[in-house]
Write a protein that binds this ligand. Structure first.
Ligand code: GRF
Length: 196
């Protein structure tokens, strides 16, 4: 069976992207990483993707007059590679409404909390401030509302006494790659069943 072509969007270190690239090297993984697009030229993930032989494009958002023009350029790059599913993996750009509309049901994100708790930024501090005893990470479909789309996969991570935002972030980060790798095929299944 033909593999699902995945395009990964990044802005930074790219460890979730790296986990996907590694998983996709297995012959029985149902997805292949068709391309990686970064809006940040010196993002560490760009070098990782290049070293893995993945088609990589840098599209700096600052070169575009507005969000939608940038989004359309990113979209065109993904379509050039026949991408059927986008994985946002630390992509730090708020998108114009056009983008999630155009890719509705065909875009997933990983977020470092148990959504719907703690969307947005300063996620770990939100968790500490709320006094929760567990947090975790979530793979979900992307909709126009930030961090609010249908949930595909989650993992629970304990909040330990004395945790800081950094220590909690580090512990959650250790689980994220696994959830991303497991969540992507689940998302693809939902995608093909047409019922995200
Ligand atoms: C992760 O914490 C992810 O949950 C969030 O951005 C971070 C990306 O990390 N959306 P990395 O670039 O994959 O290492």
């Amino acid at each position: 069976m033909a593999k699902l072509k995945v395009g990964v969007l990044i802005s930074g270190r790219g460890s979730n992207m790296a986990a996907l690239i590694k998983a996709a090297e297995a012959p029985d993984y149902p997805a292949e990483i068709a391309c990686v697009v970064s809006n940040v030229a010196d993002a560490a993930g760009v070098a990782i993707a290049r070293a893995a032989g993945i088609a990589t494009a840098v599209i700096p958002h600052k070169s575009f007059p507005d969000r939608e023009t940038f989004d359309r350029a990113v979209s065109a790059e993904l379509e050039k590679h026949g991408v059927g599913l986008i994985a946002l993996a630390g992509f730090m750009r708020i998108q114009s409404p056009w983008f999630p509309d155009h890719w509705a049901g065909r875009m997933v994100n990983i977020h470092p909390s148990l959504l719907p708790a703690f969307p947005g930024l300063r996620v770990q501090q939100q968790a500490l401030d709320a006094g929760v005893r567990v947090s975790g990470c979530t793979v979900h479909f992307v909709t126009p509302e930030l961090d609010a789309g249908p949930i595909i996969a989650q993992a629970v991570v304990p909040v330990l006494p004395g945790d800081t935002a950094d220590s909690l972030e580090g512990r959650i980060h250790l689980t994220e790659g696994k959830v991303e790798v497991a969540g992507l095929p689940q998302g693809a299944t939902l995608l093909f069943s047409d019922e995200p």
